[in-house]
Design a protein around this ligand. Sequence first.
Ligand SMILES: [Fe+2]
Length: 406
Amino acid sequence: MTVGIQTLYPNPLKSNGLIESYKTYCQDYKIPEKTRENEIKSFVEQIEKTPGFNPNLKFDPKKHIIFNTEDYKKTKTFTLDELKITKTHIKPLNNFGAAFPFKLLSKEAVNMLLWEALQPNVIEEHARLPNLSKNATRLDFHIGNHFLKSQFTNDLARSDELAEIVSTFVGHKMKPVWDMDLVHINVSLATNDLDEELNNYPQSQKEIDEILKRQDASDGQDIPSTLGVHYDSISIPLVIMLDLPEEAQGGQTTIIAGDNTATRVPEPPTGSGTLIQGRVLRHLASKPVTNHNRISFVLSYSTGVVGELDNCVTTSVKPSVLPKNEYNQFYRDWVNYKFTKLENHLKFIKNQVNEDFQNGLGFDQEEFVEKCLKIEKYFKGIYEEMECVDNQPYPPKYFNIPYDEL
Ligand SMILES: [Fe+2]
């Protein structure tokens, strides 16, 4: 069967920044043996040596979430206006821009998330090297969707308590997105290869300072990261730092502000969280310039208001772009999520029409047509980025357009 849509890009091509093996789960992007046998193995052993470590630990929100409600006031937050962002490529959820680091998870919870994510069977089945990245090595990769093997991670990711914290900061009711993209872990590991690879890092503080200065003065395009400057495909990511030693320099989330300068979110201590409206803020997660781990755990949220349509897309998470997303499950999850949103929205609109009639308000044709047009656009968004329809070069042009030219 052929889809009756003309496309300039009928197949994903590596030369266009896409993954050709996306339907067979990107076997060519698996984590190299050297990384598994050296850095990952010794990391797991180190966690297991922590006094009191319990591999069967159950998630307990009262014990493992250490957020203090005082921090709603104390945390530094930014509106889009404060970030000088006046134009966005799509309508933002609201004026929320970003929340700087706030204490969120206990050390025990952090260790458990790391331990579950770095198990050999999880690395084998749910970890992949990134597709497009600046200066990525065998030590940079993504992990996600390991719920069935990782009960603690599963329970934490779906906890109502975390959704509540996110909703309060954002000022809108938020809920976790579809399974496949609910948990996304960005891993950059320090090398254990002290002979060859260590030479690739700056050797003095002067050299480090120079690199950071150069990065700060740039528009972010050339900052080393496992994902270059981008918009998120989901509305709001909650980024929790799982590992970033205090001595590490340069491993932060960097937001491109409205004046096109790179603004670094301050060094988040381990276990702390940050929030950005990633769907409309251009940003990247920089790698430390020093030889240190940086592991961030990202939970993805979108509107939790029943009957409201979300603004999620698949641009940077579809399997031909993000190798860790397995094709069959990704689209199963995506269709379930979008169709459920649509079903709830249709029900909501239908009920409204009936209520208006019962209350003697009659039928507002213009308003109804407007709603139908919105639904039409939403429905098109469910399939228009699918690989059989669209394989435009990645990253898309609008990722690199300054806000004021949008
Ligand atoms: Fe992002």
